[in-house]
Design a protein around this ligand. Structure first.
Ligand SMILES: Cc1cc2nc3c(=O)[nH]c(=O)nc-3n(C[C@H](O)[C@H](O)[C@H](O)COP(=O)(O)O)c2cc1C
Length: 199
């Protein structure tokens, strides 16, 4: 059976720079034989975490069936890799991305409170981050990287790295964007278990 790679787009722009990098990474995954799916968070009904603390007991979200988060939970535990794609909004990930990440508190409980490893004795799925920022500042992605690494750790994935495109405000970014697209495609290829370039 072919590997499954899920792309999660946290940008409200379906054909923006972040979406372009995500699509390139998904193309790379398909070229390594994976089947891929892209979920656009902006099209989904996703409520933020209410901090009800119900997941403290059983590591499941009490509101999983109240919105589209249930679909995301089932994908997280049934794919071989996730490519999370978010633009930088006010120094961090987009609100759509952060709402989804916060709803993964139930997995944080599973791993760090109940001390259950989801992939004990199995190959852990891999996590890749792609992101774009308007600013040319070299450290512009740092706050988002903390969030994303914590997310992949909570869901017990192996974080394999990121493809970042800064200074998208630059009208002359074409060649840099093309280089980022090439990197994203290579990173997507590498994400697929068993592919020649896979770690
Ligand atoms: C609400 C909002 C907040 C933003 N905040 C930042 C920011 O803090 N730092 C930055 O470098 N760019 C910021 N930007 C610019 C975006 O990161 C940039 O335009 C990026 O390319 C958007 O991704 P997209 O091309 O996929 O839409 C912001 C844009 C918006 C709409």
């Amino acid at each position: 059976m072919s590997s499954k790679i899920l792309g999660i787009l946290g940008s409200p722009r379906k054909d923006g720079n972040t979406a372009d990098l995500l699509d390139a990474a998904l193309l790379g995954a398909r070229s390594s034989g994976a089947t891929t799916e892209r979920l656009d968070l902006a099209d989904m009904d996703l409520n933020p975490c209410k901090e009800c603390r119900a997941c403290d007991a059983g590591a499941t979200c009490a509101f999983a069936d109240d919105d589209d988060m249930g679909e995301i939970y089932s994908r997280i535990r049934n794919v071989d890799g996730i490519i999370l794609a978010s633009p930088i909004f006010f120094m961090g990930v987009s609100a759509q991305t952060k709402a989804m990440v916060d709803r993964c508190q139930c997995y944080w409980v599973e791993r760090y409170v109940l001390k259950r490893r989801a992939y004990e004795g199995k190959v852990r799925p891999k996590g890749l981050f792609v992101s774009c920022a308007g600013s040319p500042k070299p450290n512009i992605f740092e706050p988002a990287l903390h969030v994303v690494k914590a997310f992949f750790a909570a869901i017990d994935y192996q974080y394999v790295g990121e493809v970042l495109l800064g200074h998208t405000d630059d009208p002359a970014m074409g060649p840099r964007k093309q280089a980022a697209i090439v990197s994203a495609e290579a990173a997507g290829r590498k994400l697929v278990p068993g592919s020649p370039s896979s770690e």
